[in-house]
Write a protein that binds this ligand. Structure first.
Ligand SMILES: Cc1ncc(COP(=O)(O)O)c(C=O)c1O
Length: 360
């Protein structure tokens, strides 16, 4: 008997780790690094080991406070990456039907494939600004659907899902006994009237996030899942097979980050907003690319009028020392994703070079 090999890699992550960098790097998704020396921290409190087997109290409490919930609903995870993997692994069995948005952040699809999901897609259409349309979700939904997967903000486009739409998706999920996994890693890049977490919209909602994209402390790998207490406990037990125990110095630094979260966010916000103004001016002048624009978020998804992003990006890198993410990683090969919030001078020069490459 020949057994099918499981999907065991992420083409996007491999590309991001090995090929995304350039002098003018527009292939980012999160903000620039927040330096450790600017983080108020009592070094005497740093320790290597602690009783943190199923989470470190001060950290799970800080995460819970931030989301107006209880520590028993918080599961620590190594970044949103492990949070997504752990959440999916706890919520589905081999062969289960999982609905995932399209276009999607590749590793979400990769993790579901690895776990043996039968994946169905629902479209977030470019012409509708990549909005989630509950009618599309309903079309894909069956009695067998176990999980619906969304990103809010959407990666790659930064589209925001309004609360009434999330509620509709929640009702659809409830009608077949499924859950909704909402990856909110970019949600706090909505700087004005920041929406609350979808976790409070009903027991079918499970939410993942981290401090990586909006706060500039990705190296802490401070991620989490919000889930109902019984489910959260099952996830902690399952994590005994994955990460087992968190890195304690990282937990202490994460508690310090939580104590100054608005300082971290505001520092990055200035760069994100400068970059957004630069991008808006660029897009106004350009007819070689088009993109739904948002007033928030750190990424924008551009359609190339003349198609084939791969050849274009190769030239952009070779001749203009500039990188952006190929749309094929979001299953849209005519597109490129660019990121804001790292360094305003670099962004502005990168975008200028992008314009020159498009003009040639
Ligand atoms: C939608 C989404 N989820 C999760 C991640 C991974 O986040 P983390 O660095 O917290 O693991 C990313 C990174 O690009 C992302 O875009």
């Amino acid at each position: 008997m020949v057994l099918a090999m499981r999907h065991k890699e992420s083409a996007y992550m491999h590309w991001a780790k090995t090929q995304s960098r350039a002098r003018y790097n527009l292939a980012t998704s999160g903000v620039g690094a927040f330096p450790l020396h600017e983080l108020p921290l009592d070094a005497a409190g740093l320790e290597i080991c602690a009783e943190n087997g199923y989470g470190y109290g001060p950290l799970t409490e800080a995460i819970a406070r931030r989301h107006e919930t209880y520590a028993e609903c918080v599961v620590e995870a190594a970044g949103t990456s492990m949070a997504n993997h752990l959440a999916m692994a706890a919520l589905m069995e081999d062969g289960d039907e999982v609905l995932i948005e399209h276009p999607a952040y590749g590793p979400l699809v990769d993790a579901a494939l690895y776990l043996g999901a039968r994946i169905k897609r629902f479209a977030r259409r470019e012409e509708c600004g990549y909005a989630v349309d509950p009618a599309e979700v309903r079309r894909a939904l069956t009695r067998e659907t176990r999980l619906i997967v969304l990103t809010n903000l959407h990666n790659p486009s930064s589209a925001l899902i309004p609360e009434p739409v999330l509620r509709e998706v929640g009702e659809l999920a409830r009608s077949v006994g499924a859950r909704v996994l909402v990856d909110e890693v970019y949600l706090h890049a909505v700087y004005e009237n920041t929406p609350g977490t979808a976790f409070h919209l009903g027991p079918e909602f499970v939410v993942t996030s981290s401090l990586t994209k909006v706060y500039g402390v990705s190296g802490l790998r401070c991620g989490w899942i919000l889930a109902q207490p019984e489910l959260a406990w099952r996830m902690r037990r399952l994590n005994d097979l994955f990460g087992a125990t968190p890195v304690h110095p990282g937990e202490i630094l994460s508690v310090a980050a939580f104590a100054h979260l608005e300082v971290l966010r505001e520092r990055a916000r200035r760069v994100v907003e400068t970059d957004r103004t630069t991008l808006a001016a660029f897009l106004r002048e350009q007819d070689e690319v088009s993109a739904p624009q948002t007033a928030w978020g750190t990424t924008c998804f551009l359609r190339l009028r003349r198609g084939n992003a791969d050849a274009f990006l190769e030239r952009l890198r070779q001749e203009f020392e500039t990188s952006a993410v190929p749309g094929r990683f979001f299953e849209m090969p005519d597109h490129i994703r660019i990121g804001m919030g790292v360094n305003a001078e670099m962004f502005s020069e990168g975008v200028r070079r992008l314009g020159r490459a498009l003009a040639e």
